[in-house]
Write a protein that binds this ligand. Structure first.
Ligand SMILES: Cc1ncc(COP(=O)(O)O)c(C=O)c1O
Length: 343
């Protein structure tokens, strides 16, 4: 039985105690369902305090739901969505974006998880040609699936490009807190000021039990989204519990403390394992993911003790993730197990 401490994903972490308590505190008496309650209103206001007053925010159940319902709201089925080949919407949503939006997903190979305007440009040759799907959304992930982070300049450039060509910029922010912690920037600086149109704001990987937010920075686009959310089966009747969780996450910078801690633990892990011959850190460690290559026999041995994913079988590359609850002792124990597996 592998050690229960997992380095597989921040999804494997428990719920932060302050968030659990907030849910418990919300568990008194009746309140109006479907988001017409004080917990939800308070959470909406907290988002406005962080992103600017001129936004619209809607709560949904999960990250896939946020991505799919948000993008579906901006598109027709003859449109296409441009993203990195590594994008969650392309690899890990079981075709839900294609099924629910009807759009074609066009991918760009990416070594660092990011995409650039020069790589998107070739897709614009289809614009106005009735035989081809019409690019409408550029979707980026912040932090990326490879743990890297777009700078605000890179995001602004993508947004400018998108708007020049009548496209929208969507940001999958499942790990947006980790990205903001890495950059040392506010959400306003990183998202509202850079021209992002639509954001999927993640909480689950940063201490929440369930619930994500769809944030429209361009409020015109939010019109009638409540109907899309309902049709997408993402309207929670007991919304107060999602609101209560976000209230706790966005109070006293808990989101930042959690994310900063997870990032620091990843940096510590990377520094420690890089010292061993046979282990090679394969990608920049900017947030809470560490990618490393190591001998396949050692991977097999370590997997007997810890749960984690092999990212690339051919390259013997693994991914280790930290979370808000990873301790220095966890890292020490893991590194000890790693050394033993290299023997
Ligand atoms: C980049 C990214 N986007 C979105 C999600 C949301 O997925 P879920 O639908 O499991 O909440 C995840 C979860 O792993 C993710 O890593």
């Amino acid at each position: 039985m592998p050690d229960l401490k997992s380095f597989a994903s921040d999804n494997n972490a428990p719920v932060h105690e302050a968030i659990f308590k907030a849910m418990q505190d919300a568990n008194i008496g009746d309140t109006i369902a479907y988001g017409d309650d004080l917990f939800t209103f308070e959470a909406e206001q907290k988002f406005k305090d962080l992103f600017g007053q001129d936004i619209k925010v809607f709560f949904v159940f999960n990250g896939t739901g946020a991505n799919v319902s948000g993008i579906a709201h901006l598109t027709h089925s003859y449109h296409s969505i441009v993203c990195a080949q590594t994008a969650h919407i392309h690899n890990d949503e079981c075709g839900a974006p294609e099924k629910f939006t009807g759009c074609k997903v066009l991918t760009i190979p990416s070594e660092d998880g990011k995409i650039r305007t020069s790589e998107i440009k070739p897709f614009l040759h289809s614009v106005g040609f009735q035989h081809h799907s019409q690019p409408k959304v550029i979707s980026i992930t912040q932090a990326t699936e490879l743990g890297t982070v777009y700078t605000p300049q890179e995001i602004s450039e993508l947004a400018r490009f998108a708007h020049q060509h009548e496209l929208f910029l969507h940001m999958d922010g499942a790990r947006i807190a980790n990205a903001a912690a890495h950059l040392g920037l506010s959400f306003s600086e990183m998202v509202s000021d850079t021209g992002v149109d639509l954001l999927s704001f993640g909480g689950t990987k940063n201490g929440i039990m369930l619930g994500e937010a769809v944030v429209f920075l361009n409020t015109e686009l939010a019109k009638a989204y409540e109907y899309t959310r309902k049709q997408s089966m993402q309207l929670a009747s007991k919304m107060r519990y999602i609101g209560a969780q976000f209230n706790a996450l966005l109070t006293n910078d808990l989101w930042l403390k959690n994310a900063r801690h997870a990032n620091e633990m990843a940096a510590m892990l990377a520094e420690k394992v890089a010292a061993f011959p046979g282990v090679k850190i394969t990608r920049p460690v900017q947030t809470n993911a560490v990618f490393a290559a190591m001998p396949p026999e050692a991977i097999e041995k370590l997997k007997r003790r810890y749960f984690f994913y092999v990212w690339n079988e051919q390259k013997h590359e693994v991914r280790w993730m930290t979370a808000f609850n990873t301790t220095e002792q966890d890292i020490e124990n893991f590194v000890k197990a790693l050394i033993e597996s290299l023997d």
